[in-house]
Design a protein around this ligand. Structure first.
Ligand SMILES: [Zn+2]
Length: 633
């Protein structure tokens, strides 16, 4: 017996028996183990503690041991130990106390500081003695390994259950768990009928927005299940929105299928802002668990599959986000409505229609509003933004900017690390203050008041640091990635030339724009006949520009006056090809900003009646090209 470690000073303090199980199921099944844990009380008495000073903490029953934050029993233990009230902590195995290694080591430390002993069935340990510390450390490490196996087993267990269609998760609205655990249609007739109404509407219209509008017109709301902890699972009715209807149409459960693993979470793709693993939606063929005809359905599986195709077709070309795509509107994906603040979409015209695309605010419309919010042709807007962009990113300022950026980024990394450490420390101190406060006798008002004040102070500090941290993260967002940096260095030579180069694709131009511009806000409503443009630069500044809205009829483009004059002057002595070469060399561009071709030149000569001889390359193909450029007058 290691009784020589126990001294009267220990026995004058309390003996804590810490009882815990991991899950409610274990609490029921492992009666034996529970009894073993309670027997520790007797052991404490054997070791010399009077029964009145033996306390059993079993508040944690049914709570998992992976972190101490949610476990009041553990917190109470830690507090009392740190206040020096405890002479010995008894537990069944080290792993019962704290499966999370950091909690375990912290407790060992506290016990060491306050001179508290730790005991399990096999012995008594004094955390102040190096040998005992080592032994306790090994026990902690082992229990962490145990937790890992446990987690893996749980994870596999989940999948095993899911493969059989037995894993339970919150059911989508319209279904309830029957008495046998199987899925049943919601007994509420109104819920069932409303869902049927959504599917029926989509069958008729084939357009989600039309379904939403119809529901709104008829004053029909959509059922939903509350997922907040308050009122969890209860039924509420909500105004129909586009996203709610899409969610219903996308959910395979309504087609009678049990599906698990629709989203894939990969640890190496994390949100840069929240650090959470980002979800990637798997396509229907890749769902790891798919059991059709698993429960009563609202629609047939074939119809569900068809709906998915239809949804994809309707949406793929519309919702613009993420990486720049081909398409001629430069601001696609970064343009916002100055009237309602929503993201604007791009309406691309067919390629053969020689009209520029429009920026259009559709979100409200999709959600059933009467009209679209606003729309405008992209050309004058793009032109103004490009002008501002080329002006702002002159070669000189770019060269300086990259050097400055280097410095800024170095500082940012260092400061971020500092802030993280500060925050971690503050959080720890707050938790610590809370435990001390919780541990004090409420009768002892003076001490309790002081501890509460300290706890509040620590909490305020945490909030303040969190706010500063979030702000700093936002501020840091405009820093460039490595690829962007390289691109900046390359283009700092002569950006305008790169911009206009024929080899530069629209996609690349969009990337260039995005390097400097965070977003653009458009308001074509406040003042008739003009568009107010707000450019939000990634440097944090905002500039405003105003362009005229093109009047109807004025919308078609004109070949620059200078080029037309040159064509007229040269038409009688030179071939179309020679004229085109000459114009291009002089840096002149067609109405669409493109290099002149023999076709362009030929068209203008014939239009203005200055052509003298038939061009050598005139052919059928030229005729067809001419007809398509005929709007360029
Ligand atoms: Zn709007």
């Amino acid at each position: 017996m290691a009784t020589e470690k126990i001294q009267s000073a220990h026995q004058e303090r309390i003996a804590f028996v810490y009882v815990r199980q991991s899950t409610p199921l274990q609490v029921i099944e492992n009666r034996e183990s529970t009894e073993r844990q309670y027997r520790l009380r007797e052991r404490a008495i054997e070791l010399g503690w009077p029964p009145s000073r033996v306390e059993v903490i079993d508040e944690d029953q049914g709570r998992s041991g992976s972190t101490a934050a949610h476990r009041t029993g553990f917190q109470r233990l830690a507090t009392d130990v740190s206040l020096g009230k405890v002479g010995i902590v008894l537990m069944l195995e080290a792993s019962r106390l704290a499966r999370n290694n950091s909690d375990w080591y912290r407790l060992m430390e506290i016990c060491g500081v306050s001179g508290t002993l730790i005991a399990d069935e096999s012995g008594v340990y004094n955390p102040r003695e190096p040998n005992d510390r080592l032994l306790l450390g090994v026990k902690g490490t082992l229990s962490e390994a145990e937790l890992f196996t446990l987690r893996t087993r749980l994870y596999e267990g989940r999948w095993n259950k899911a493969r059989k269609g037995l894993l339970r998760f919150p059911l989508p609205v319209g279904y309830v768990h029957g008495a046998d655990g199987a899925w049943a249609l919601d007994p509420d007739t109104q819920v069932r009928e409303r869902l049927a109404c959504v599917f029926e509407g989509y069958r008729r219209h084939g357009v989600v927005r039309a379904v939403v509008r119809e529901l709104k017109e008829q004053g029909l709301e959509l059922p939903a299940r509350v997922i907040a902890s308050e009122g969890y699972g209860s039924l509420v009715w909500k105004a129909p929105t586009l996203s709610a209807v899409i969610r219903i149409l996308h959910h395979p459960a309504y087609a009678g299928a049990y599906v698990y693993g629709r989203s894939e979470y990969s640890a190496d793709r994390r949100s840069p802002k929240t650090g959470k693993a980002s979800a990637h939606v798997r396509s229907l063929e890749q769902w790891p668990v798919k059991i059709t005809a698993h429960h009563p359905a609202y629609i047939r599986w074939e119809e569900y599959v068809k709906n998915q195709e239809r949804l994809r077709e309707n949406w793929s070309h519309d919702e613009s986000r993420g990486a720049p795509r081909e398409g001629r509107a430069l601001l696609q994906g970064i343009v916002y409505c100055g009237v309602c603040g929503r993201k604007m979409s791009v309406q691309d015209r067919a390629a053969r229609e020689n009209r520029s695309p429009s920026y259009i605010c559709l979100k409200g419309y999709h959600d059933g509003d009467e009209k679209i919010c606003q729309s405008m042709t992209s050309r004058p807007v793009d032109a103004a933004v490009v002008e501002a962009f080329l002006g702002a990113v002159s070669p000189l300022s770019l060269g300086v900017a990259t050097r400055v950026l280097d410095q800024v980024e170095q500082d940012l990394i260092a400061r971020r690390r500092q802030r993280e450490l500060q925050l971690e420390q503050a959080r720890y101190e707050a938790r610590w203050a809370e435990r001390q406060y919780n541990g004090v006798d409420p009768e002892n008002r003076l001490v309790a008041g002081e501890l509460e004040r300290r706890w509040n102070e620590k909490l305020e500090r945490v909030v303040e640091l969190e706010r500063a941290y979030a702000q700093a993260e936002r501020d840091a967002e405009w820093s460039l990635t490595k690829e962007e940096r390289t691109a900046v260095a390359e283009m700092s030579q002569d950006l305008p030339a790169i911009w206009r180069a024929e080899t530069t694709t629209v996609r690349e131009r969009k990337q260039l724009i995005r390097m400097a511009i965070e977003s653009v806000q458009l308001d074509g409503v406040r003042e008739a006949g003009q568009i107010e443009i707000q450019i939000h630069w990634r440097s944090g500044t905002v500039t405003e520009h105003i362009v005229k809205r093109p009047a109807p009829g004025e919308s078609s483009l004109k070949t620059p006056e200078e080029a037309v004059e040159q064509i007229h002057a040269m038409a009688r002595r030179s071939s179309y090809e020679e004229i085109a070469t000459h114009l291009n060399r002089a840096g002149l561009r067609s109405a669409f900003g493109r290099r002149f071709t023999t076709q362009h030149v030929g068209y203008i000569c014939r239009r203005d009646g200055v052509a003298k001889r038939k061009p050598r390359h005139a052919s059928k193909s030229e005729e067809s090209v001419n007809s398509s450029t005929s709007k360029e007058n």
